[in-house]
Ligand binder design. Sequence first.
Ligand code: HEM
Length: 419
Amino acid sequence: MAKVPGHIGMPIIGDRSLEFANDSLKFVNNHIQKYGRIFQSRLLNRQTIFLASYDAVQQLLNDTNGTYDMEYRYKALWGENILHYNVTSELITDKEATRVKAVLGKCLDPDQLARLCGPMIHKILENLLGSLEHEKEVPLYTKFKQVASYITVCLFLGLDPGSTHEIDSIIELTTEHWHGLISIPVSASFTGWSTTFGKAIKAKDELIDRIEELLCRFDKNEFNQTISNAGFKSREELRNHILLFVSALPPKAVASLLASTFIELGKTGHARYVDIARNDLDLLNAITTEIERLHPPFIGGKRQAIKGGVISGFTIPKGCSLLYLTHAAHRDPAAFPNPDQFLPERCSNNRKIWTFGGGRRACVGRTLMKMMLQETISYVIKNYDWQFQSDVCNIKYKTLPVYRPDKEFYVKFTRRDNP
Ligand code: HEM
């Protein structure tokens, strides 16, 4: 077996976290050029192996031996939830993690989502996107983030899409809560002033209180009843997972995919896809899949090596961190010829992509996300024509924590005569 190329450098002084955070895509591309698609460096002061080849990511995510697992540490902000259940957890056995995953699967069962949530999503689209032609300029990412936030909050908390005051106040709390995740984890307050993390903990407590209040009304709505009866072992487990579902992160990821879709469709030569997709669900599906390949909202995910292993012929030492690089693997020319081109037709080659992770830790919200994406794109392209207020061809993307265009794009919508 070969040793992974690259330098892990000296502890602390050899750390490359800042360089990675400043421009992750440049960091990865420079290392690929120097060492190939599997390389190592030092991140968060730990030996970190980067996987940027399609095959290597596939091998990592398909591991079924418990060699690699998640290592997210958000308990202070989230309480115990599935993200903290892994094969090294002292309290939770692997069997427990499988149980919770099955419970979450029941909450987000595709048939049920289609039957119970479709009408609610339509109502939200009508409310928020029904008169875009009257807005002078629409900030694309912000507008889509609002749509996605409304959908997750109404769905998981059983709120009526018309109760805008209540929904907006919850979205405000989820945003404050989210800021804790990207701040220094120190909770302190002094005469009314508080650290960002301290404010996030306070927002979490308020959200938990609101969830508790709303749980009492869950028997009034069939979708919420399913969540209550899905098999959570305690009220706390149910409550913590609802907190996870209404997090501000998924709406950011949905908004990123939607903004990327309209930007890609707005490029020269791509208008033909819009004309056909208005009445062709298969093409719409191919478009969203190609956007997920080219513009995954999370450029990668993290694992730890619980045991020593081998990936693509390279030795993976026990205890190191691994980053699987979705964005880079999706642009691996060995898997996708002309990888930087937007070609919805290529979906016919049926290769797996990892925008929603994969294997036993794959995203449970994927069906809901697909539904939100397709319903929203379909609604907009059927009802509107649109024009960008600036050039969409030379866009720069910011990558962390969510990959998206580095500036807001403004659009003028005009209503189509025959939707
Ligand atoms: C566009 C939106 C979304 C994207 C791109 C996305 C992406 C992902 C990815 C990449 C993972 C795997 C993380 C890893 O391998 O470390 C993941 C896991 C997960 N996602 Fe999503 N997600 C989205 C929306 C949602 C929504 C709406 C929900 C819930 C309603 C959700 C629930 C989860 C959960 C519970 C896990 C953890 C699964 C486990 O621990 O086994 N996601 N998601």
